[in-house]
Ligand binder design. Sequence first.
Ligand code: GLU
Length: 431
Amino acid sequence: MATEALKESDSDPRVRRARVSELEVVRHHFDRAWDSLGLKEDARQIFWEPYREISVQIPIKLSDGEMHVFHGFRIQHNGARGPYKGGMRFHPEVDVDEVRALASMMTWKTAVAGIPFGGAKGGVNVDTRGLKEHELEGIARALMDKIAKLVGPNRDIPAPDIGTNAQTMAWLMDEFGKLNGHTPAVVTGKPISLEGSYGREAATGRGCVVMFEEAAQKLGMDPAETTFMVQGFGNVGSWIARIMQGLGAKMVAVADQDGAIRSEAGIDADRLVEHVHVHGGKLTEFSEAEEIDGGDFYEVPCDVFFPAALGGMVHEDNACVFNFKVMVEGANNPTTFAADQILADNGVYVVPDLIANAGGVVVSYFEWVQNLQHFRWEEDAVNDMLRGVMTRTFGEVSARAEKDGKSLREAAFEIGIDRVVEASRTRGYFS
Ligand code: GLU
C-alpha cells in the first residue's frame, strides 16, 4: 500500500507495513533452509549476498521545471542456473535493501519452478502517480542507458513489477536496441505488438489461482463454492479476482492504497476493473460495495486471502485477527516470520510467494524462448504450459513438505537452495 495511506493510518497498527525489513525476512527463511540442509558454513555468504549491485543516479527535469534526482538499482543476486531474471519496480519506497531481498527471492523462485534463470531485481525510487507519460519514459530510458552493458538476453532480462508495465518494457527494449540492434529477448512482459507473449499480462494472477486450485484439492474445497478477498488491485490482484470469479468463486472484500470495500453478496471483478483501471476511479468509490475501514478489512470472514500488494503487509498486528483458511501470496514477501508462525498456529494453509506468484516469471520464460526463435504460441498453449509448470512445482514442494513435516515455505526454500547450490558446485564455484 502507498506510503501516504499508511502514514495516515499509523494509529491502526493492523494497516501499517511490517517493522521488520523484507531483507531480514528473506534472510531468515534462507538461513533456516541452509541450516536444515546441512550445507557448509563457508559457502553460505555466496548465496546470502548478491553477486553484483548496480546503483545509478537518474537526474531528470520534470514538468514542474525542477531537476529531480532518482536512484535506480539493478541487483544481480545469483546466475548459477542461467541469466539473471526479475522485475523492475517503480515505487517511492524502493531502496537498496528491498531490491536485495527481491533479487534473492527471484533466485530461489526460478529454481523451484525449474526454469533456467538466475535471480535479479531492479527499481527506481519514484512515485509514478501524477507523472506524465514522457516523464516515465525518460526515467525508463535513462535507467536502461546506465545498465545496458550489464543486461542482455544471455546476461540479465528485466520484466514488469509494481509501477511498471508492458509500455515500460517497450521503452527499455527500444533503448537497449539503439545500442545493440533490435533485441526483443532483453526484456519480457512486452506489449503483444512488440513480440510480447500472449498470456503474460495475466500470468502472475493465473498462476496464483492454479496454486489455489491445487491447495483446494488437497483440502477438499470446491473453488466454485469459495469466498475470497484480495489486497492490492493492480495487475496481480485484478487478474486473480477475474480468474477466481471465472471459477465461480465470490469476492467479498478488496483493499488497495485508497482503502477497502466489502460486499457479502459479492463484488463483480469485471465491473471493478472497469471502474478502477478503465475509468481511473477510486476503489472506495465503487458504488456496488460498502466502504469499510482499512483495518477491518483484515477481519472479513472468507475462505481464501490473496495478498497482492507490497511486501510486509501481513504481520503480527493483523495476522491474529484473520478469518480465513487459505492464504495464497501473490505479492513478494507479504508475510513476516512472526505472522507466518501465527498463521501456522491457527491452522491456515499458506501457499508461499516463492511458488504462488511464480506464474509471471514462468510466462516470462516462455516469452524469452519465443523471442529467441521469433516465434509465437497461442494463448491457450501458453496457459496450458503455465498450468503444467505450476502444478508440477506445487506437487514437488508439497511432497517434500509432507515427507519432512515442514511448511510449504520451508520446503520451497530448501528445494530452491538445493538446486542453485548444485548448479554452482557443478560449475566449479566451490567444493
Ligand atoms: N516481477 C515479477 C516477479 O516478481 C516477474 C519477474 C519476471 O517476469 O522476470 O516475479
